[in-house]
Write a protein that binds this ligand. Structure first.
Ligand code: G3H
Ligand code: 13P
Ligand code: NA
Ligand code: ZN
Length: 328
């Protein structure tokens, strides 16, 4: 059944678990996520980005998610729009039937340029008004996402769009989080606590203090009814990097957020954990390996079937590790 983000995360808070929010772009990801949820009896958050809409088209994404709800009617599913860059984008998603939208007013409509507090509050407040009138939840973002090690916002090539940021710019403060929630009434809030998007988060194996756990605790204590969201939460599995590089790939040394650190963050108030890169890596590794080992195969279902299995195993692991399993 389709449920809102508020409904799911209220339940998660009551029972102290976290929920991975997986990005979806194609049929294989959708099936992997749902098969994993079915096997572990987990509630689901699937999110569609601007890139996903460009790739698959909004109607296809919408019907992929609706098809999943039809095939697995016993699994609660949140249909979430990831990183909306304007109120117009969010309005369109609400109209399409999404049960949750993210208005990311920390960045401009180009999705890159940092914007000031007043702009962020203005656009987010508009979306909350519209969404809540339709029973749709809203996620906002305050702060500038970036790796505490490299100071980079994170991109596919490992070079940040906004240059290197210092420590204080990379952490959301308690006061700005509390003020933003009071000003906008968002249901969920993405905070900057040391993660960045993409595969290139850390150049060395991260140590225990790579996430600002104390900051999570302080923010959660101040705004307990607003569910905290952690973007850039892929763990970048070393085994998948190895498989990719052993079968013709060329990905340089890089590290993600250790699962134990995410589990710690969940313990102190993080409820929604955004993961895209890990499924991309598993998918690429599975396809490269299968093609290298079966050079005469030309039925694409064989390649794509391998990606479903690989992504499904990552999803199963996250549902179990985050405590989501058993709560569908
Ligand atoms: O937040 C970014 C997500 O990883 C989605 O990226 O726009 O390339 O699909 P995308
Ligand atoms: P990763 O790049 O770490 O998977 O983060 C995805 C994300 O935050 C999507 O909004
Ligand atoms: Na999101
Ligand atoms: Zn994100």
């Amino acid at each position: 059944a389709l449920i809102s983000l508020r409904q799911l995360l209220d339940h998660a808070a009551e029972h102290s678990y976290g929920v991975p929010a997986f990005n979806v772009n194609n049929l294989e990801q959708m099936r992997a996520i749902m098969e994993a949820a079915d096997q572990t009896n987990s509630p689901v958050i699937v999110q569609a980005s601007a890139g996903a809409r460009k790739y698959a088209g909004a109607p296809f994404l919408r019907h992929l998610i609706l098809a999943a709800i039809e095939e697995w009617p016993h699994i609660p599913v949140v249909m979430h729009q990831d990183h909306g860059t304007s109120p117009d984008v969010c309005q369109r998603s609400i109209q399409l039937g999404f049960s949750s939208v993210m208005m990311d007013g920390s960045l401009g409509v180009d999705g890159k340029t940092p914007k000031d507090y007043d702009y962020n509050v203005g656009v987010t407040r508009d979306v909350v008004k519209l969404a809540h009138a339709c029973g749709v939840s809203v996620e906002g973002e305050i702060g500038c996402l970036g790796s505490l090690e490299t100071g980079l916002a994170g991109e596919e090539d490992g070079v940040g769009a906004e240059g290197v940021l210092d420590h204080s710019q990379l952490l959301t403060t308690v006061d700005e989080a509390a003020r933003f929630v009071a000003d906008t009434n968002v249901d969920a809030l993405a905070i900057a606590i040391g993660t960045s998007h993409g595969a290139y988060k850390f150049t060395r194996p991260p140590t225990g203090d790579i996430l600002a756990i104390d900051r999570i605790k302080e923010i959660h204590a101040k705004i307990p009814n607003t569910h905290l969201v952690m973007h850039g939460s892929s763990s970048v599995p070393q085994e998948w990097l190895k498989i990719i590089n052993e079968h013709g790939g060329d990905i340089k040394e890089t590290y993600g957020v250790p699962v134990e650190q995410i589990v710690e963050a969940i313990k102190y108030g993080v409820r929604k954990v955004n993961i895209d890169t890990d499924l991309r890596l598993a998918s690429t590794g599975a396809m490269r390996r299968f093609m290298a080992e079966h050079p005469s195969e030309f039925d694409p279902r064989k390649f794509f079937g391998e990606t479903v299995k690989a992504m499904r195993d990552v999803c199963i692991a996250r549902y179990q590790e985050f405590g989501t399993a058993g709560h569908a």
